[in-house]
Ligand binder design. Sequence first.
Ligand SMILES: [Zn+2]
Length: 350
Amino acid sequence: MIFMNNKNSVDKKSIFKHVKCDFCNSYKYQILIKTKDYHFEKIPGEFTIVKCLGCNLVYSNPRLKSIELKRYYSNIVTYDNRPPDLRQNNRIYSPFSKEFLTYFFNYPFLKKKKKIRKLILLPKYIRFKRKWKKSYNIPSYIENGRILEVGCSYGGFLILLKKLGWIVKGLELNKEAIKFAINQLKLDVEYSSIEDFQSDDLFDIIYLQMVLEHLESPKKVLLKCFQLLKSSGKLVLTVPDFSGIELRLYKKYAYTLQLPYHLYHFTPNSIKNYLKRLNFTKIKFFHQSTTKDFIMPLTYIFRDKPNDTFIRYMLKLGKFNLIRNSLIKFLSYILTLLGKTSRMTVIAIK
Ligand SMILES: [Zn+2]
């Protein structure tokens, strides 16, 4: 196992380093949270999340050295921990979806469009608009449009976009995921970080889904994205929102913290600061949620406090599908509409 020396213990000094603020270069910070590797349970000890006193950026400090991060992403994990279930994508290619995409997202699936048909579909559009645009992240069609996904994992999202007619390119650091994307899905995926990526083509859309919080310098990454976008191109970021209600509720146990692998803990404000400095415009936020964000922290607390009867009771409740799939889902849906959950999509235009 990596991170372990031959005595089978972790030499924390050699794999961690102190850093300054990526946004304003200040070394001054205040400590916000001390937490543990509850998610993967690979590295023992406590890790610190700090807030910059210069610009309020929240980040992990000290944090894993670059070389450790690289090893970690090459060998262990990607955002999806297994190849995608492609049957899930079939929904998108159903006759209804094709119609829907043609009328409301400008896809060229139907030769003739009828105004009356669009009117009939309108209630469905109103009902599903949020899901398609903000949860599936389906973009409106651009002819010969190019899409880059940074950290594309096994390619589940890229293959969907490719089948919808986009020219797609993926970057990934996990070798197993790349192999799958290239051999099984016939996708154009490269072993490269965004910082090292060179391209003659510019892109209409760049996606970074649950990626930016893992990278060493958001400043460098966002600048690179800006350079790789066509003018009026769109950047789509999904990141955890540190100001979300799950954070307030669970604090060091919050599922989206994922120390020591998350290096940054963005809020809408800190992301906006970065994007504005690069002159991105029309910055918008949409919040998402998953029931995991409410349930997983209970298992973490339980690990620390196995005798806590309240937590044991809550965990039992959480296991009931009825509670999980109706009550928690409903509450978190309301919270997403209010922009109060701990996951967000940020869209910005060059
Ligand atoms: Zn700062």
